[in-house]
Write a protein that binds this ligand. Structure first.
Ligand SMILES: Cc1ncc(COP(=O)(O)O)c(C=O)c1O
Length: 366
């Protein structure tokens, strides 16, 4: 990763403001992959009238919250742990497993590699094939997994490709990994945005396999990255206990825990998000398919990866021209396997999406 140039992430708004002189209030963030509806009014109101909670420690076992999460994902609360965003759980799981060698399916989110390396492990990437639109060939993937591999990391749906693994692929992979004694980390941060999530999620497999952990959080779907509420599901209770003992107590604060208890039951918000994202995803993908200047990879999450096909235009040109117009997209060239032809952006409100598409088209056809 070190040979790649520095790019801006969705949370680098202040750096971008400084570098490009665009006031941060004027920037529409298409790079953070966060639900454009913002935090639901129900959650805001309840949080506002319960601020006194700050004066109490959270329940050390987060019992009420784990129960609500269990009902939301149709999982057993005994198999659930909560933490400070999916990020803390990625980190604590890898600290606990200490894999000497790991395979990460990429291109993907960079935190997995960073954490594995921090723990002294070696990282090998299994590259998803561009020709397959970054869909996995699970028969091919498993040929790379031997008993020397302590950990396999999968992001489903995957960031930044927005491609996904089906439950059938996961069964094949988990069966194989059971034989090789390889633990599987499945990051489902973007799962709830997928139209066919019940065909993709690994959660129903918890009853059959104990060699994997699913990670999720409220940062993206519930538009609450500032709360830092993440959760993990795993049916290996010995591993969960060991992680819980290693973990600092109360890493999720009282307000985050309280908000979580409301969010997972906020059916109106959940349904509104499903329809907004499904409509925008279909509309934007269909529109982009008609553009000769790009290749659009089929999106399953709330963002899309594009490859620019025009020879004289690269991601830096596109990024800089868009940010000057107030649109922040992700220059995806810093991801392994990708280069200066790839950009990613998430779906916002219809009007904002139209504005972005208009600006992008103008840049690409000039
Ligand atoms: C794939 C993936 N996993 C995890 C995270 C971080 O999630 P959290 O805010 O829950 O720590 C991100 C953030 O961009 C992500 O893209």
């Amino acid at each position: 990763m070190s040979d790649k140039k520095q790019v801006y992430h969705g949370s680098d708004i202040e750096l971008i403001e400084k570098a490009y002189g665009v006031p941060k209030e004027k920037i529409i963030n298409f790079s953070d992959n966060v639900n454009p509806l913002g935090v639901s009014d129900t959650v805001k109101q309840k949080l506002a009238s319960n601020l006194d909670l700050i004066s109490t420690y959270p329940d050390r076992n987060y019992t009420a919250l784990r129960k609500k999460i269990g009902a939301y994902v149709h999982g057993d609360p005994e198999n659930i742990m909560v933490g400070n965003g999916a990020t803390e759980l990625i980190s604590i799981l890898i600290q606990n497993l200490q894999p000497a060698k790991a395979i990460v399916v990429g291109p993907t989110y960079s935190e997995y590699e960073r954490e594995i390396r921090l723990q002294g492990g070696q990282v090998q990437y299994y590259g998803l094939s561009e020709e397959l639109d970054f869909q996995v060939d699970s028969d091919h993937l498993i040929t790379h997994i031997s008993s020397a591999i302590g950990l396999l990391v999968i992001c489903n749906p995957n960031n930044p490709t927005s491609s996904s693994f089906s439950q059938k692929d996961l069964v094949k992979i988990l069966d194989h990994c059971k034989e090789t004694n390889t633990f599987v980390l499945i990051d489902e941060t973007y799962m709830e945005f997928a139209q066919n999530q019940e065909e993709l999620t690994a959660i129903p497999l918890l009853g059959t396999y104990d060699n994997f952990m699913v990670l999720r959080g409220v940062s993206k779907f519930f538009s609450a990255p500032g709360l830092r509420l993440g959760y993990g599901l795993c049916s290996n209770t010995t591993l969960l206990e060991s992680i819980n003992q290693q973990k600092n107590p109360w890493t999720l604060n009282t307000l985050g825990s309280f908000a979580g208890e409301i969010m997972f039951e906020d059916e109106a918000y959940i349904q509104k998000t499903y329809s907004l994202i499904q409509e925008e995803r279909t509309r934007i993908y269909e529109e982009l398919l008609t553009w000769p200047e790009v290749h659009a990879y089929p999106p399953t999450a709330n963002f899309i990866l594009l490859k620019i096909k025009k020879k004289h235009i690269n991601t830096t040109n596109v990024f800089e021209k868009l940010i000057r117009k107030g649109f922040l997209i992700r220059d995806a060239s810093s991801f392994n396997f990708l280069d200066q032809r790839f950009i990613r952006f998430c779906f916002k409100m219809p009007k904002e999406n139209d504005q972005l598409l208009l600006a992008l088209k103008e840049i690409l056809t000039r």
